[in-house]
Design a protein around this ligand. Sequence first.
Ligand code: NAP
Length: 334
Amino acid sequence: MASKAHEVRLRSRPVGLPKAENFEVAEVALPGPAQGEVLVRNLWMSVDPYMRGRMYDRPSYVPPFQIGEALQGGAIGRVEKSNNPEFKAGDLVESMLGWRDAFVSVGGALQKLPNENVPPQAYLGVLGMPGLTAYSGLARIGEPKAGETVFVSGAAGAVGAAVCQIAKLRGCTVVASAGTDAKLAWLKSVGVDAGVNYKTCGNLLEAVRKAAPKGIDIYFDNVGGEHLEVALELARPQARFVECGMISTYNETEPKPGPRNIIYVVGKSIKMQGFIVTNYWDMRDQFRAEMTQWIKSGAIKWEETIENGIENAPKAFLNLFAGANTGKMLVKLG
Ligand code: NAP
């Protein structure tokens, strides 16, 4: 007899800042696994800012979510029943079949977690997509050299906190921007040299100038908007701008004019490059090996912000835009 599962669906497309009523939790039948299939109960779901982009009905690097259909996102689950010889009950698996508490799938959509002694949800954060985003973007676009100054916006989030610590391991001076003093205190405790609370500093340009008196060699951009203008203003010649995300713009109903001082790209010979983490999937094995070692040696630390229960997944997503998370935003199930 089929049992039940729950999934979070897009009820309507958000206009501006998403609201709780844009989402709904629905109960669906969960059939038993057919030959070749696996039944998985999710334990952890990833909550990510990029999902906001999929809520617009427009062409992008991933197709838009459809109204009335379940959202998707990274998840860690446990195999409950398997009719696929590659998996057995009890295996921990990673998939893109989050935003539901259980599902039946062919094995191809699942990846077994490596048998390392780290909490499984780390594979959604520091050892997963956000960690690889930090590692690959900084390496391939930022090309950090010891002694350089790296400015990181959204620095206390999943990607930003990893960038800050990897840049320290590469011998750089790191200046972080985040939205609370508590976040900045945590970043200092893991080695960040100077921090700016962009919400309370008054004049962001002057605050970052004071924190980075020699100027900026690398800007790792998670925020866009005013932060990007400040970084352009303070960039040193040959600076590299790692354009990872622009969360300050994701809910704008009309696009704002671009950075008013973009002309500095020319005079300062700035390299500004955007990327999607999948561009650098070739670094995944190297990243996992090095990050696992850093975690085991205590060189990299991370924070998590956890909401419990699938019914609170929309709240966790909305909270990303309020800065409620330090480190990786997760939903814990079961
Ligand atoms: P996150 O930083 O863990 O969470 C979002 C954080 O953004 C919030 O905690 C908040 O912190 C900050 N924020 C929210 N609204 C803001 C605003 N208007 N101005 C400034 N800061 C704001 O999220 P994440 O998963 O690590 O992602 C960080 C960035 O990387 C996002 O832009 C995301 O889209 C991007 N990303 C890109 C890729 C890629 O492949 N290119 C992959 C993953 C993520 P505060 O308290 O500091 O405001």
